[in-house]
Design a protein around this ligand. Structure first.
Ligand SMILES: Cc1ncc(C[n+]2csc(CCOP(=O)(O)OP(=O)(O)O)c2C)c(N)n1
Ligand SMILES: [Mg+2]
Length: 235
């Protein structure tokens, strides 16, 4: 699949938006303007932009503690995100949530969350709801490599595969759990779900973050498969 020039430009625009948004946040944070804490995703823009490009508006995502990029890529308004981070009433959660609790239901974003591996179980619940309602939507679940050490990671993958739920798990493996090197917590070099006891029917793909075209192609293909071919998106 060759991406159209328009799609490539859209992808580039989104990655730039995420980067500039977070650079501005960092500046505001260092000036003491933000309430609470926040985690930046600088360097991970392509994952959010590429994967969300493959989704329809009414498909859902769940996010992590590092979720600004996911939120923007799923269509959130930067103004309302800034307002949320500044604790203002016109923010996504009326200024009560801050960075790790921004949810944007109008664009299909079930929200960031501060619980490592929290996104996996929420995704499975939402996917089960889609399945029971016989909807052809899917859930894209972002999670970090740190989540694989959590019990809920295994429960979520097991149920998703057992019930054939329309959920796509996307591990943003940046090799670190915040400050701790992943290799120091697990005796494996690459995260392989089947070695982690969640082999039931799950297919796993590795994608290099710098190969954005491959990332989009792979995600589009997987989204199409999960959507049982009912929806078609031209990129
Ligand atoms: C259940 C739970 N345990 C511990 C923490 C503390 N904590 C916050 S971020 C983090 C590491 C997360 O690593 P990873 O999922 O790889 O995300 P990254 O920070 O690399 O994007 C931990 C352990 C938490 N938020 N939730
Ligand atoms: Mg990590």
């Amino acid at each position: 699949m060759t991406l159209s020039t328009t799609t490539q430009l859209e992808l580039h625009r989104m990655m730039m938006l995420i980067r500039l948004f977070e650079e501005a946040l960092e500046e505001m944070f260092s000036r003491g303007l933000l309430h609470g804490t926040m985690h930046l995703s600088i360097g991970q823009e392509a994952t959010a932009a590429g994967a969300c490009l493959a989704l329809q508006k009414d498909d859902l995502i769940t996010s992590t503690h590092r979720g600004h990029g996911h939120c923007l890529a799923k269509g959130a308004e930067p103004y309302k995100m800034f307002a949320e981070l500044l604790g203002r009433e016109d923010g996504y959660c009326r200024g009560r949530g801050g960075s790790m609790h921004i949810a944007d239901l109008s664009n299909g974003n079930l929200g960031a969350n501060g619980i490592v591996a929290g996104s996996l179980t929420i995704s499975v619940g939402a996917a089960l709801s889609f399945q029971m309602q016989k909807k052809d939507n899917i859930i894209l679940c972002f999670f970090g490599d740190g989540a694989v050490n959590e019990g809920s990671f295994h429960e979520a993958l097991n149920l998703a595969s057992l019930w054939s739920l329309p959920v796509l798990f996307l591990c943003e493996n940046n090799q670190y759990m915040m400050l701790k090197l992943f290799m120091k917590t697990y005796l494996i070099l690459r995260i392989k779900f089947y070695r982690l006891g969640a082999q039931n029917l799950l297919k796993q793909l590795h994608i290099d973050i710098e190969d954005t075209q491959n990332l989009i192609e792979t995600y589009t293909e997987q989204v199409m498969k999960l959507s049982i071919g009912k929806k078609k998106k031209t990129l």
